[in-house]
Design a protein around this ligand. Structure first.
Ligand SMILES: [Fe+2]
Ligand SMILES: [Fe+2]
Length: 294
């Protein structure tokens, strides 16, 4: 008799567990999909191990958020240095729609093939204009909605390329004639330069997401003008490393102060990024969530 009641009690517990799990999922789904654009951004995917962790989690994330667009930074795709056509294709096969870049984009000559074929892979727009590649594009969704993506690079503690602020002004003016939904990947070293870009573009773009430092910051917010902002989205790759590099190589470089060849680390990987929700009519963001999963 007691056994019988224990079974009934267990069934009741199971029913409530399933009910609450379901209703939570549905609430999250409804919140993210009331006609709004959802951008899933994956932070700097570092080498093979970064691709492995992205392959493991992306199908789950795409199922969970049903993103309108998936953007990933691929400046470290080829063993930490640049991007090749083959790797770009494997990113697209995973459901990534647009790949952004950074200072390391130029490290692998394979990138020139990517650009020759006009694949959806960007590099920072404010490199001198004699260079190949493009720093912005409009992505057309199957629904007809258009999303602008701009890739810029900072100049503090980095190469002194053209002004990212002036370049942003030019590009945003052009893009806003076609769409109000504009996502900016600002690849920069200095926190102050990234924050300045966020405030400079507040109200004119939907999101300013920082990349490059490989360490996720906890300052995600919606600025007063409706721009989603985070100083750095982090890295998708091994965390038992120095920003993706093997720790013994980093120690040799910093302790001895002589060059040592970069060797990508592996193991104990984490996927980092953000999810941004945007009103397609106004281009204003209503939500930014950090992703950091292992
Ligand atoms: Fe990077
Ligand atoms: Fe970088």
């Amino acid at each position: 008799m007691l056994f019988h009641w224990v079974r009934i009690f267990r069934l009741i517990c199971l029913y409530f567990a399933l009910y609450f799990e379901n209703s939570t999922t549905q609430r999250a789904f409804a919140f993210m999909h009331n006609g709004n654009v959802v951008v899933l951004f994956i932070a700097d995917i570092n080498g093979k191990s970064g691709l492995a962790i992205a392959s493991r989690f992306l199908p789950e994330l795409i199922k969970k958020y049903s993103p309108t667009i998936v953007i990933a930074n691929g400046e470290n795709a080829a063993d930490g240095k640049g991007l090749t056509e083959k790797i770009a294709q494997s990113y697209f096969d995973l459901g990534i729609n647009v790949i952004t870049g950074g200072n390391h984009t130029w490290d692998n000559p394979g990138i020139y093939e990517v650009w020759k074929k006009n694949l959806a892979a960007l590099r920072p727009a404010n490199y001198p204009p004699q260079n190949p590649g493009r720093g912005g594009m409009i992505y057309s969704c199957p629904s007809g909605l258009r999303i602008g993506i701009i890739n810029l690079q900072g100049r503090t503690f980095m190469a002194t390329i053209d002004c990212p602020f002036q370049k942003a002004d030019q590009m945003i003016d052009d893009m806003r004639r076609e769409t109000k939904v504009i996502f900016v990947d600002f690849h920069a070293e200095a926190t102050a330069e990234k924050m300045t870009m966020g405030w400079y573009l507040d109200g004119r773009v939907s999101a300013v997401v920082g990349t490059h430092t490989h360490v996720q910051t906890a300052d995600e917010r919606i600025l007063p003008g409706g721009t989603a902002y985070i100083t750095d989205a982090g890295m998708t790759g091994p965390i038992d490393s120095v920003i993706g590099m093997k720790t013994d190589v980093a120690i040799r470089r910093f302790v001895r102060q002589v060059p040592a060849r970069y060797v990508p680390a592996e193991g104990n990987e984490r996927l980092c990024g953000v999810v941004v929700e945007i009103d397609p009519q106004t281009g204003k963001a209503s939500r930014i969530d950090r992703l950091s999963i292992q």
